[in-house]
Design a protein around this ligand. Sequence first.
Ligand code: 1QQ
Length: 381
Amino acid sequence: MSQQFKLYAALLSLCPFMVQAADVRIGLAAALSGPTIKYGGPIRNGLMLAADSINAQGGINGNKLVLVIADEQGKKEEAVNVFKKLIYQDKVLMLFGPTLSNSAFAADPVANLAKTVVFATSNTADGITAMGPYTFRNSVTEADVLPTTVRAAIRQFQIRKVAIIYGNDDAFTKSGYDVFKNTLADQHVLVTNTETYSKGETSFKAQLNRIKDSAPDAIVCSCLTEEAANIILQTRSLSMKQPFIGGNGFNSSKLFDIAKDAADNTLMGSPWSVENVTPANKQFLTDYRARFKTEPDQFAAQAYDAMYIVAEALKTIRLSGDLAKDRVALRDALPQVRHEGATGKFAFRKAPARDGKESGYDAQQEAIVNIAKGGKFVLLK
Ligand code: 1QQ
């Protein structure tokens, strides 16, 4: 043993409570391969960008944030595997993800069982936070966004009757359909026809011909982006000119990669718009473009804000090094966070208990409505 080491060991034994800088390990389970990467990629970018700028400003009370990233491929079985790996093997303090609500319904119980915070930045289906008190999200639910979107659509296009198309084998598209149905009834919009499709379908002509015959003023689409884009394109090839009304699935540039300006006049609600002029959003846009040489979307913005929300909670607690205790301490600190980020003002809202089981926390945020013009979304004025 060297003299120097002996001295160091002696010093350590003298100061057993000496606090040492340690990494704060945060997991991310995202779809980073397969078609769902169009959502998972921006989510990863947003989290990395925020973590790096937080670290550049001193980290969490001197400790560095380290993201442990795992690919769940947009599949629920993989999400379960990846959650177990992050929680039990990588021993992360908490985790973000998964990308789709469909996967969250399978994976979130794993995190709740392990008393580990699972923070969704993109899950908008009803019932996500009912899975347990460790489930949090800053993604604004379809139930909170769609009434605003439909109201704006009625005003913008004088809509009296709509047709609906939705995916019947995905938790998010099904949940979005339920919310649309109730919202349309509440707002006295007639439904002329309801059509469904299942994952992997690429031709929607049969459904769209029936929709055409029912002559709606607009088409409501509870769909993920690729199907939405193909449905829009095929509608136009049937000489149908109706505007579209979409949910969270539309919040991707992939929509325009495929549908281009055939998607013009589509309405979509979100807390984020590229036109938000808040200082936090300007900073986000500048940094994101500089680093990734591409335009961010809502998913990147929400992930970016989510990392700041967690950082603010972490700054209020003293991490003990006892993982189980620290995981609970983070859960207890998160609900108090108020943040003003790229998506505007944010707070958590306790989700109502279901079936006598304690719930987690939803996002309390205002939705704003965007309209597609010339192959991109702009604020609906
Ligand atoms: C969900 C969604 C998708 C559009 C996320 C990418 O909102 O699955 O809840």
